[in-house]
Design a binder for this molecule. Structure first.
Ligand code: UT7
Length: 330
């Protein structure tokens, strides 16, 4: 059997400060009832001023390394999935490398919207399976509160901050069995930040136009998500040579309970096999899947031999999924 990559450690960081739907009622024309019924979100966590994405990425990474029993100098590769890097360059992964003191690691960022963490797992797996590296640290970290227009009720109720991390190593039993990655760039304008890049550099005008905040056509993204999540999950299960009924736990991107429900229905999964923590954290983009996975394991929902499906969709538009036969090894 060929060598596979597997997750041997998990960590997460959730900022302590909570913003509830009731708090949002005082900020924009919305209601707890609307947010709860349309999205499933009850509250989200936000970082304090001065905290950066690399800071919270490091908090999650340290927990994952301790969980895997690896020392910082053991890390060969750091990939940070984020749409909220500390700055355009250097990469957040290089900032993380310096803060951790991971001097033996190559480091780069990967940007695939909310699918970024699962995309990064696929990339890291190639390095491990080829034998080029022994281990990798894959982090999804976001401070979405800094790119949210807090006067736009159609987006500000959805997002939160947080980070999740996974250590990836080789295994000869189970591991990440298959991946399905995809993109549809024609949907890019459904979810984007108009300014601050080479096309529209930052200027007084871009600030006045609020061009540095998330713009989203919610129902377009919703339709894409409903179509894609079920498809990506079914496809990757098939690639792994399995059936939906073999799945022990489904860990989807936490964006909207209606989207999660529709994907779970396509797989005919009972409620207890679908992990949902969206009410507590909102949508944390590329941090959502690793936070959910870390929390599911903390809750005792994952044991060696289990078949776990991760699936995400996001800006790009993109989608990504993987099937893991859980095996943390020694
Ligand atoms: O990770 C990827 C990131 N993006 C997503 O996951 C977003 C996917 N999309 C969604 O989750 C849903 O489309 C939303 C939750 C964003 C919106 O739900 P919807 O059922 O698609 O509502 P809608 O956008 O069609 O809006 C319905 C109404 C509108 O009012 P009118 O035009 O019918 O009078 C909105 O103005 O709800 C209004 N509305 C709100 N009302 C109260 C929009 N946002 C709010 C709000 N509070 N926060």
């Amino acid at each position: 059997m060929s060598r596979k990559a597997t997750i041997t450690g998990l960590g997460k960081y959730i900022p302590p400060r909570v913003l509830t739907n009731k708090d949002l009622e005082k900020m924009v024309d919305t209601s707890d009832e609307w947010i709860t019924t349309r999205t499933g979100i009850k509250e989200r966590h936000l970082v304090e001023d001065g905290v950066s994405t690399s800071d919270i990425a490091c908090d999650a990474a340290r927990e994952a390394l301790a969980d895997a029993g690896l020392a910082v100098e053991d890390i060969d590769l750091i990939i940070v999935a984020t749409v909220t890097p500390d700055m355009p360059f250097p990469s957040t992964a290089c900032l993380v490398q310096e803060k951790l003191g991971a001097w033996n690691a190559a480091a780069f960022d990967l940007e695939a919207g909310c699918s970024g963490f699962v995309y990064s797992l696929a990339v890291a797996a190639q390095f491990i399976e080829s034998g080029l590296y022994r281990n990798a640290l894959v982090i999804g970290a976001e401070i979405l509160s800094r790119i949210t227009d807090w006067e736009d009720r159609s987006t500000c109720v959805l997002f939160g901050d947080g980070a999740g991390a996974a250590v990836i190593e080789a295994t000869d039993k189970g591991g990440m069995l298959a991946f399905e990655l995809g993109a549809d760039g024609s949907g890019g304008k459904s979810l984007y930040i108009p300014a601050g890049g080479s096309l529209k550099p930052s200027s007084v005008t871009t600030i006045e136009e609020k061009g540095h905040f998330i713009r989203m056509e919610g129902n377009q993204v919703f339709k894409f998500a409903v179509k894609t999540m079920g498809y990506a999950a079914l496809k990757v299960i098939e690639k792994a040579g399995l059936q939906p009924e073999d799945v022990d736990l489904f860990v989807p991107h936490q964006a909207n309970t209606r989207i999660i429900q529709s994907a779970a229905n396509k797989l005919k999964l009972p409620e207890e096999k679908v992990f949902v923590n969206l009410p507590k954290y909102g949508n944390t983009s590329s941090a959502s899947v690793p936070i959910a996975l870390a929390e599911a394991r903390e809750e005792g929902l994952i044991k060696d031999g289990d078949i776990i499906v991760l699936v995400a969709f996001g800006a790009g538009l993109t989608w990504a999924s993987t099937v893991i036969e859980w095996n943390e090894g020694e």
